[in-house]
Design a protein around this ligand. Sequence first.
Ligand code: NAD
Length: 461
Amino acid sequence: MADGTYDVIVLGSGTGGYAAALRSAELGKKVAIVEKDDRLGGTCLLRGCIPSKALLESASVMDHVNRAEEWGIKASGEVDWPKVLETERHIVDKKVTGLTGLIKARKIEVIKGTGKLVEGPGVEVDGRTFTAPDVVLATGSFPRLLPGLEVSDRILTSDQALVREQLPRSVVIIGAGAIGMEFATIYRSFGARTTVLEALPRIVPLEDEAISKEAARAFKKKGIDAFAGVKVTEVKGAGDGVEVTYQPEGKDAQTVSADVCLVAVGRGPNSQGLGYEEAGIELDRNYVKVNGQLQTSAPHVWAVGDVAATPLQLAHSSFLEGIAVAERIAGQDVPEIDYAGVPRVTFSSPEISSVGLTEAQASERGHDVQTSTFNFQVLAKANIVGEGGIVKVVVEKDGGPVLGVHMIGPHVTELVEAASLMYNWEATPADIAAIIAPHPTLSEALGESFLALAGKPLHSM
Ligand code: NAD
């Protein structure tokens, strides 16, 4: 369809964009996606969630091999990094093929090229203008660097780290958010000397304080040097590697050398040079400003995913946004997203997940808070899988609903789905305690937490 007219044009084929496109097509709309990359899928599929989880799976196998004797198995192994990368690529290729097929099956047109928003609304691609009653901006984000730094063979962002042909023997990671924690896990599992430097006073600073504490302990046990509350003052090349200087508060500056430095200090929005401002789109620190309905300041232009000024930059929050926008375009009445109800996951070892409010946030918002902390070590299944951790539950005092669930430990990125239902359905400890978790499973950590809160702890005191 050349210079065609569509019902909906989506700019960008990442998770937010393809969710909006797929749902719009399901609702009977004629949809086009504009994509400049050779392949569909955006950051999450091509250079984010999926390849990193593939590397983390290889890292976890390495950990199991190294610990095999604990389960009565004599084994030894070493990493074959090119093969690890091949496995990663194979998984990404498979999912790209799947997504491309799905887009085709829903009869969504893919327009290859760099799209520019124009008033109308419409999208201009290589001199051709496509118009539609509704346009969805889903142009995603890029990894930020620190001022003065440039990517090189020694200074990396996650984009380079995911495809780097050599496995470093030592690494300094700047930032202990999701990306920093996940790469620290990967590199340490493959034997690299790993240092993590975080500016805020604790690692995983957005999580409940109890989780940060537990994560710091677990990283220490794994042999990761993680320093929080430090200011990175210099990153410079030295020999074949890098030297990173940092200043712990109130102490002398320290310098650490490594093969590479991975910068994981957050992601910035892809909103420049795309005609946004010229087409009347208001930006806030370069993010596209949206209202609760995800409408931008220009009529019939919507924004989803990392480029939108919403509280979360997560693949699955962008799914929710893309679906909501498609449904609103189709005339459906869709409630605003409660971002606190979107589960957060970090695939470090141990894994971290949470949903709802931290204890501090709940107190700040005026809730009369009660908490309960359950230790995974109490559970037979946790002993069998050989991992510990905690579940911390925050509820409204005296039988009120769940306000937040915070977990660190084995497979908690899976367990959080149940916690998410509890939070989003405003369940109370009594509701949950009446439902028993299967035994012996890790899911008992959640069940037991609520048994305790309901005043009838089973295996804990
Ligand atoms: P982030 O915002 O999660 O973490 C960045 C960390 O770097 C923060 O803790 C911040 O305090 C710290 N930092 C910033 N400047 C610093 C400095 N100068 N020195 C030391 N520390 C500094 O960002 P990210 O980890 O880069 O991830 C980017 C985005 O992608 C986030 O929104 C993240 O949630 C998302 N993501 C999610 C997952 C997942 O859900 N598992 C995985 C990867 C990325």
